[in-house]
Each structure stands twice: as C-alpha cells, then as structure tokens.
Design a protein around this ligand. Sequence first.
Ligand SMILES: Cc1cc2nc3c(=O)[nH]c(=O)nc-3n(C[C@H](O)[C@H](O)[C@H](O)COP(=O)(O)OP(=O)(O)OC[C@H]3O[C@@H](n4cnc5c(N)ncnc54)[C@H](O)[C@@H]3O)c2cc1C
Length: 596
Amino acid sequence: MPYRSPVADILFSLRAVADLKGMIGQGLAGDLDWQAVNSIVAEAGRFATEEIAPLNRPGDLAGAVYENGAVTTPPGFADVYKRWAEAGWNGVSAPAEFGGMGLPHIVNVACTEIWNGAAMAFALCPLLTEGAIGALKAFGSRELVDIYLPPMVSGRWTGTMNLTEPQAGSDLNAVRTRAERAQDGSYRLFGQKIFITYGEHDMAENIVHLVLARLANAPAGTRGLSLFLAPKFLPNADGSLGARNDLRCASIEHKLGIHGSPTCVMAYGDNEGAKAWLIGEENRGLAAMFVMMNAARLAVGTQGVAIGDRAYQQALGFARERRQGRGPNGGEGMVPIIEHPDVQRMLMTMKANVHAARGICHLTGVSLDLAAHARSESERTAAANRAALLTPIAKAFSTDIGDEAASIGVQVHGGMGYIEETGAAQHMRDSRIAAIYEGANGIHGLDLVQRKLPLEGGETVRREIAFIRKIAGAVADRGGARFGDTAARLAEAAGTLEETTSLTLGWLKTDQASALAGASPYLRLFGLALGGACLAKAGLAAEKLAADGDESELGRVGLARFFAEKLSPAASGLARAIASGDAPLKPYEAILAESA
Ligand SMILES: Cc1cc2nc3c(=O)[nH]c(=O)nc-3n(C[C@H](O)[C@H](O)[C@H](O)COP(=O)(O)OP(=O)(O)OC[C@H]3O[C@@H](n4cnc5c(N)ncnc54)[C@H](O)[C@@H]3O)c2cc1C
C-alpha cells in the first residue's frame, strides 16, 4: 500500500479537536478561512505524497555523504527541496513582511506532520530553519533580521541549532564554546559542537548557525551562555554571498536511522575565529534559544505522530494482504491476518495512539496561536500557560508512541518486518531519535513536573484536568451506545490524573526525589488522559455528523472507545507505580550491582 499523507485525519483533528474552524469564526486567525486551510493541507499532502515520500527509502539507503568538509545529501533531496521552497512551504507561518504566508502556527504544525511522514530525514532540515527563524525574529537586531530573515523564510538559506558539545548534552551548564568580542561589534567563536543536524549540506546557498557560546568572565552555568548567529558564508551589504566564514563540518555521524539527514561535528574558529553576531543580550542566550527549542519540541512531537501514522498505514496494508491461520470462528483456508483479534488490537493501538498524540500536538499548536491572538490579556496568558504545560507532553508522549507504533508495525509484519526491504524496519530506526533529541524524553518529564505543574500555583494543570472532565461529561450526556464505557473510563483517567497531580505537587515541596522518580510515568499518564479526551472529542464530532446523515466518520467513535477501554486503563497502573515514590529505587547501587 503506497504511503499517502493523512490529509483527512489531520483536517478532522484541526476542526474537531483543536477547534480551528471556531477560532477562524471568531476572527482570531486573520483573514484565513476554513476553505483555505483545507486547500493548503490538501496541497501539502499532494506535494508530500508525490514528491517527498519517494525520497524516503532511497535516502535511507544512500545516506548523506561526507568528503573533504562537504556533505552531499541523497539523490533527489536538493531538487525536491528547491521545488518545495519555491512553492513557499518554508514560510507557512513565517511573517508576511519577510516573505512568509503569515498563517497561524497550527497550520504549520499540520504541514510539519505531513513533511515528516513523507521523509523524516528530509523534513528535519526545514524543521530547524523554522526554529532559527523564530529565535531570530523574537530576539535578533533589526539589522540581522533584515539581512537573514528573507532568505531563511524563502528557504534559500537554512538554519541550524548548535547546543550540544561532547561534555554538554542534556546539561548545557557545561557548554565551553568560547566567544570573544571584536572591535567592530561582532564576535568571534572558537570551539566544537557535535550532533548538529544539517550543519553542512548541499540543499541551500547558505547555512545560518545559531550557536550557544560563553564570553570570557561570563557567569558559570547556563546564566553565562549567549546566543550567536554565525553564517557559513558572510553576506555582503547587498545580500550577495561573500567570504567563507571560519567554521567547517569536521565529520558526520554514522547512525541508526534518518540516514539522509547529516548529523555534523562542527568546528568553529580553526583560524581567526568564526565571525558571529549576538542574538538578544549577552548571557541571556538560553532564553532566546528556548524560543527556538519550544517550536522545535512541538515539531519533533509531530515527527512521532508522522512516523507512527506512516508505520500504521504500512502495517494495515500488509495485514490486509498477508494470509495466515484460520479466522477466529474457524472456517476453511487461511485468512488475511487482519481478521485475527490480536492483529486488530495491534493496528488499533497504533492508530489510536497516533490520533491521540496528533490531538495533543494540535491543542498545543492552537494554544500557541491563542497566546498571541486571543482577545484579552487574561485569555492570552491562559493560552500561553496551556502551551507551556502541553509542550513537554506533545514532545515526549508523541515521540514515545511514534516509537511504539513503529515497533508494533514491525511486529504486524512478522519476519518480513525485520527484513529491510519492506521498509517497516526503517520507520523503527528513524523514529527512535525523536525521543532523544530536542531534549531526551526523560528531561521533558522533569520539565513537566518541576516547571509546568507549578504554573499559576497549579491552576494551569487544574484547567486541563477540567477540560478532560468536561469531555467525559459530554460523552456521558450526548454520546450514544457506540461509545461503550468511554465516558466512565475517561472520567476515571481524569480522576487518576488529578490525584497523581496533587501528590506530585505536594512532593515538589517535601520530597523532590519521589517527584522526579515519577516524572516520566506521570507524563505518560497525562498523555493517556488528555489523548483519550482528544479522541472522545473527535468521536463526538463524528457522531454529530452521523446524526446529520453522514456516517462516514463513525470509525472515530470506535477509535475513542478502543483507546478508553483498552489503553487508558493503564493510567491507574501508572498512578500506583508513581505513588510508591522513590523508595523502590533504593538502594540503587546494591540493586544494580553485578552480584545482585
Ligand atoms: C541524530 C541527532 C541529531 C541531533 N541534532 C542536534 C542538533 O541539531 N543540535 C544540537 O544542539 N543537538 C543535537 N543533537 C543532540 C541531542 O539533542 C542530544 O543527544 C540530547 O539532548 C541528549 O543529550 P546527550 O546525548 O548528551 O545525552 P545525556 O544528556 O548524556 O543523557 C543520557 C540519558 O541520561 C538522562 N539524563 C540526563 N540528565 C538527566 C537528569 N538531570 N535527570 C534525569 N535524566 C537525565 C537522559 O534522559 C538520557 O536518557 C542531536 C542528536 C542526534 C543523535
């Protein structure tokens, strides 16, 4: 079954879960209309299905190639990127004044899923450019913005994010790359960054590196980090490309997946120092970098959704074709494996988790838009806090389920899943990184528990739980028999989330270690409760359509029921595990000792 971008599912979620149509109706999305959203998403899906998706497997096989400081991307990548950028796709939500389409962020979230489902290794390049555009726009000087934003928005120049160093991964306190002030107001950078995605490549005319570095005498730790912009080629006053900067790609990594995406070791300042300009203020680099990272975190969450959906589509096609065993009610001859309840369970688990995660990503995206455009200050603040709360869940839950879906996809294929030619294994290899980069998922658990739960004294999280309860109530009131026990299970998950949230908020004051020990399972529990609410909301919309005579979407009710009855009960098990705090981890030295 050839891959197709899930345009209809994305549109359904935008309308029924994120309520984008309602937002447009209230005039909160400029002059965008719903029909235009349909056209944009459909056209993105067409481009991705026809042009990008065919790059996926050959890109995996050929990989990016390094030679003498230059990187060649797999055949077809540069051509398709050029056409993609010329069609304007790089600037979906970028400001119109710099050549972008100026559309709401949520539309870009939808498109990001589409590009990544087609070929994640290809789509990573613009994903990082988008983050760099965001940071530059928010914190760059007028001069930098005028020089760099137009070619970055058009996609002629791409962007990178340079945080990681050998000794500084999750912990950026340890960043050592050095910055020196120059006479002319610019800076010089010296140091080495590792794992830099698309740090060097042949798809764009110039590469704009955003680099975290430390000035002499800066405070220790992250409070002494500044953010700099260092281009591969130094632009002339007229915007044309001038001399090559003193920075280079020293090598690229050989890795498990996303082979088409070069992961670069970058060397800054072999000679006189890489010429760079400050973004924002000295020693305030992390704040600027966070703008970039937050957009990128949601985008990486959509990668989990994207690859999970792609793995699901492929497994579904295989399960319809492959014949093995008798059907559950006996009969003669072998049946397609999709007739076996356990295979149905696997496929529905994949699909339900993907739709749940998509809903969470869409709620996060629309909250970012409302944080900027809602009418009142209090609504904008509430939306910004909601986006902050949901970002770690969108990132970590979605990438975890992306991984799981890809792994289940291999299982559905049986032995053929383990053979590279079917492509199921590639999804598993590609998806694995999404749970690691943009902050390892464990770090997002900590972010959720330590920074996000205390927002507004716990009010932000309480509003989210009330949102879940409200949907459970709506299913109880209006949902028909097709929903089965959805309302009860969803209310149960909301109750479990509420209790565990109170426990965790209490621990933050009295027992940090227990709060941290439960952070990752708590994030998963949150994803289960909120994801179930997203599916139920979509199911309610589908049932309303059916009441109006269109029964074509009723599968969404069944999906909500499957999630509520078969997946969300795991929430109570997670809650029990969280409740035992950090005691079972002790004494970890003895438990993990080789003699144990
Ligand atoms: C293919 C690829 C592309 C990448 N692209 C980029 C890029 O473009 N730019 C860039 O700057 N970086 C990039 N990275 C780096 C990536 O962001 C880091 O690998 C990631 O942040 C994790 O850091 P680390 O590898 O040092 O792992 P570590 O920080 O060493 O973490 C190892 C494990 O320990 C856990 N851990 C660490 N600290 C804590 C803590 N305080 N509490 C609990 N658990 C903890 C982590 O969750 C993880 O499971 C990329 C990496 C890869 C592999």
